[in-house]
Design a binder for this molecule. Structure first.
Ligand code: ZN
Length: 401
């Protein structure tokens, strides 16, 4: 008879089988369709046949700039079409009148946790306009939630690197302040010098031994050219699997033959692509990229901030949006949308010990659905969430911090 801490009975796994999940010291010890009768546990949880999914991976969010839970900030349109610089200025004005960063970050974090995210990557502004102040606050907030969500922090140069003097030094210093990943922003259109921008980003990655995640809104063939440059540098430094481009709208704007060529380049370089399938613009073709071997992951990105008023911190709803906008109807395609917010996210972000498998951390979400395709289209709420085998959310309400 084996002794464990908790056994979860009648757990419906992603293949539909009813199983028992045994957990000891926060890890999954066994997943047994026979019912785990040779196991004794201090604590038994009957899941009643509910669907058990690995915790969601919120792969791209901004904990420092959301106003979720703060006073409503009406959206201001740009004066002449989407302009990153103008939006950054609106953000500066809004932030000056917002609740403290820590309070807003906690609001947003709890929203994500209650919806089932157990892993997260948050970009945090690090540039000469805010210095390391935002990062230091978010590092403290991360510590408060350390036992219920794993968070990577990206040093994000919201005002550019070359365009904002002193930022390169601050980005480097961010790694002494608790940052994990080096970010970037539109090397061409923002800093107007692709080589110099990428020299700083890849230079820090090489020196500090950290992963890279670059915001890339640049459009059409300009964006494709930048992806080629990012891929070439990734290969040259042996960083395959450690580099991501977020948004990469260009992949949704160029002809199919260009997509298939760049998809090969990205796959060979191990550069992952993050998309949140935003409602008003072209976005990367998820299936085509995956077929070529590119890892595609997702995130909420902005939630009620100066960029747009949308976002609910729900990665299952994000999977639905990705499927909806991608024209996913078959069960196989709906499973792809689900994979993007779970396994693919963990792979892109290099979260070890993830998934519903033996020796992984017991991080999972309990959903009122019969199978994955149903979960993606129905987006059931009132979820329960377990982190390291302990209940942190019961029926949509956080019960442990
Ligand atoms: Zn972003």
């Amino acid at each position: 008879m084996r002794e464990v801490d908790t056994i979860f009975r009648k757990a419906r796994l992603l293949d539909g089988a009813l199983s028992s999940i045994a957990v000891k010291n926060g890890k999954i010890i066994s997943i047994d369709s026979g019912g785990g009768t040779d196991i004794s546990a201090n604590h038994i949880v009957d899941l009643g046949g509910a669907l058990v999914a690995p915790g969601f991976v919120e792969g791209h969010i901004h904990l420092d700039t959301s106003f979720y839970g703060d006073a409503w900030k009406p959206h201001k349109p740009c004066t002449a079409g989407f302009d990153v610089r103008e939006r950054v200025e609106f953000q500066r004005q809004n932030m000056a009148q917002a609740a403290p960063i820590a309070e807003r970050a906690r609001n947003q974090l709890e929203l994500c946790i209650a919806n089932g995210s157990t892993h997260m990557r948050s970009h945090v502004m690090v540039d000469a306009s805010v210095g390391l102040k935002s990062l230091e606050t978010i590092v403290e907030v991360r510590e408060e939630y350390r036992d219920i969500i794993d968070i990577q922090l990206v040093a994000f140069p919201q005002n550019g690197i070359l365009a904002c003097s002193g930022t390169a030094e601050l980005l480097d210093a961010a790694f002494d302040a608790g940052c994990d990943v080096i970010g970037g922003l539109d090397p061409a259109s923002f800093d107007r010098d692709i080589k110099a921008h990428l020299d700083v980003v890849f230079g820090i990655a090489e020196r500090r031994g950290v992963d890279i995640d670059i915001h890339l809104h640049d459009q059409g063939m300009l964006g494709i050219f930048e992806l080629e440059e990012i891929a070439a540098r990734t290969r040259a430094l042996g960083l395959q699997g450690h580099v991501a481009a977020s948004h990469a709208y260009a992949l949704g704007e160029v002809p199919a033959d260009v997509v298939s060529q760049i998809a090969q380049v990205l796959a060979e370089a191990g550069v992952a692509i993050m998309t949140n399938a935003p409602g008003d613009r072209s976005f990367p073709p998820v299936l085509e990229l995956r077929k070529a071997g590119v890892v595609v992951f997702s995130g909420s990105d902005n939630i009620r901030d100066s960029w747009w008023p949308y976002g609910d911190g729900d990665m299952l709803n994000r999977a639905m949006m990705i499927g909806y906008r991608s024209g996913f109807y078959t069960d196989d395609d709906l499973r792809v949308a689900f994979d993007v917010v779970t396994e693919a996210g963990a792979k892109a972000l290099q979260f070890a010990n993830y998934g519903l498998r033996e020796n992984a951390s017991a991080d999972f979400v309990v959903l009122d659905a019969g199978h994955i395709p149903e979960a993606v289209v129905s987006v059931p709420k009132n979820r329960s969430v377990y982190k390291a085998g302990k209940c942190v959310v019961r029926q949509g309400v956080i019960v442990r911090k």
